[in-house]
Write a protein of this length. Structure first.
Length: 501
């Protein structure tokens, strides 16, 4: 009987999570192979507000992961390993006995407001960037820990170990503590030049340096499921592997590019636009343009920028639902398509859109304050969001080209956001170049590729990319209405100048 290499990937996003089986199968006669993926479990990931703070439902996520493991074996699959990828920056703290101290904070919690400015003034922005290579985002682990320090949090005093979200979940499954490299580079406490934790900075800020474990590379085996979990679920032994655990880097590992030099956009709640490099780029212009250097799979680094993304649309839909207007996403896209083009524009990265009480009202206020007509209908609001995102993508793509000295032929878009075909069309129009889309489940696929390489089924990550190309359809969007998009982009640039974040 032919052996079918099989792995189980858990891909957790800000709003939902999923468990997917990956199998390498023969594609027909000869030696051709393809990767078959099957979703076996999907679940919501809803934050919990307790008092003044916003938290992740970490115990609930663990329970859903257990359900996914049980489901995999009940359906007859025989995965050799599993791995978890999630968003970056967030963490749990363990005490001396390995118990979780409290419920981990959500990155949209407001405890870090004002701390980017405070620490930049205290330490110097240039120094902070040189020692981390990261875009200054208010939710970075550095600012979360500093907020806890300022609040005299007893959890910080009691803590013995810090584990970032996927590492924490891996610990619950295996009883083994490990820190995965790509996640470490999202903290703003990892020095990419020294390839080590920035312990002098921790000491200077009064943060306990003993919390941090030396990072391991993607593909490292963390351990096996504990005997207690195996008994609880009724499953056999299962290896737990460290994926490229930051979901952005898992997605980047699955981009089916024709060349090792390419630009990509991971589209979802956040939009991450970047390019793969062999070393971090720590030039002052990277700081000025607010890009990040994040570690990737296969020893790579990624120069990228966080863009607010489809969170803005998701929040609008949530508010409309509260007001009794129920729309699914295809309905919202259809309404946007019939709305007037370029009626109003926003900067998606304005911090007012980070976590407002009412996203539609915040968009209207931005337009009003910038001297633009306010969107009056749902369709106009959605079109404003999608056109603004596309124009922001062009701006960031051109910035990436200036920083790297590279001109990209087009843009690879992956992730759940590519199911919004209007956004893909708008992006091609805005950048004036082809947009190639697919696969949708890029983060889970990149997770699987790391596991398959760890299992000896792929020689390296490039062989994994070739497997992706052979396995998943890619769509191409060509630029349309170039004169209209160019006029809109000129207007957009002027808007950014007069409405700084």
């Amino acid at each position: 009987m032919t052996h079918t290499p099989t792995v189980l990937a858990f891909d957790l996003g800000a709003g939902s999570g999923r468990a997917l089986i990956g199998e390498i199968e023969a594609a027909g006669s000869g030696s051709a192979k393809r990767l078959k993926i099957t979703e076996i479990h999907r679940f919501s990931n809803t934050p919990v507000r307790i008092g003044e703070h916003l938290h992740w439902n970490t115990p609930g996520l663990l329970q859903e992961i257990k359900t996914g493991i049980r489901q995999a074996f009940q359906l007859g699959y025989k995965p050799e390993s599993c791995a978890i990828d999630t968003w970056g920056v967030d963490f749990g703290l363990l005490d001396a006995s390995g118990e979780l101290l409290g419920i981990p904070y959500h990155y949209r919690d407001r405890q870090t407001e004002g701390l980017v400015e405070e620490l930049s003034a205290k330490l110097g922005a240039e120094r902070l960037f040189a020692e981390s290579g990261l875009q200054f985002m208010p939710f970075n682990t550095l600012y979360q820990l500093y907020a806890m320090k300022k609040a005299n949090s007893p959890k910080l005093e009691m803590a013995k170990t810090l584990l970032l979200t996927p590492d924490l979940l891996n610990y619950f499954l295996t009883g083994r503590k490990a820190c995965e490299f790509t996640m470490a580079t999202t903290t703003q406490l990892y020095d990419p030049a020294k390839r080590a934790w920035n312990k002098p900075l921790m000491r200077e800020l009064g943060l306990p340096e003993a919390l941090f474990i030396d990072p391991v590379q993607p593909g490292t085996e963390i351990g096996q499921l504990t005997e207690e979990i195996r008994a609880e679920l009724g499953v056999p032994k299962l290896k737990v592997i460290a994926a490229a655990s930051h979901d952005t880097e898992s997605a980047a590992a699955a981009v089916p590019a024709a060349s090792p030099v390419f630009a990509y956009l991971v589209s979802g709640t956040w939009s991450l636009l970047g390019t793969q490099m062999q070393a971090p780029l720590l030039h002052p212009d990277v700081l000025k343009l607010e890009f990040s250097n994040e570690g990737g799979a296969g020893g790579t680094y990624h120069l990228l920028k966080n863009i607010m993304g489809l969170w803005i649309l998701q929040e609008c839909r949530r508010i409309w639902e509260q007001q009794g207007e129920l729309f699914d996403y295809p309905q919202l896209v259809a309404l946007a398509e019939t709305a007037k083009p370029f009626g109003c524009l926003i900067d998606p990265d304005d911090l007012r859109f980070m976590n407002p009480d009412s996203m539609p009202e915040e968009i209207a206020a931005y337009c009003r304050e910038s001297g633009q007509p306010e969107p009056r209908t749902v369709g106009e609001t959605v079109r404003c969001i999608l056109e603004s995102l596309a124009l922001k993508y062009r701006m960031v793509l051109e910035q990436a080209e200036r920083l790297t000295g590279t001109v990209f032929d087009g843009l690879h878009m992956v992730g759940g956001g590519i199911q919004n075909e209007l956004l893909c069309r708008f992006t091609a129009g805005a950048i004036g170049r082809p947009v190639w889309t697919g696969p949708v489940e890029a983060s889970a696929i990149g997770n699987m590729l790391v596991q398959l390489q760890a299992g000896g089924y792929l020689a390296d990550m490039q062989e994994g990319v070739e497997l992706v190309k052979a396995s998943f359809a890619i769509s191409t969007y060509v630029p349309e209405q170039q004169s209209e998009w160019q006029t809109a982009y000129t207007r957009y640039q002027q808007l950014i100048e007069v409405m700084p974040c």
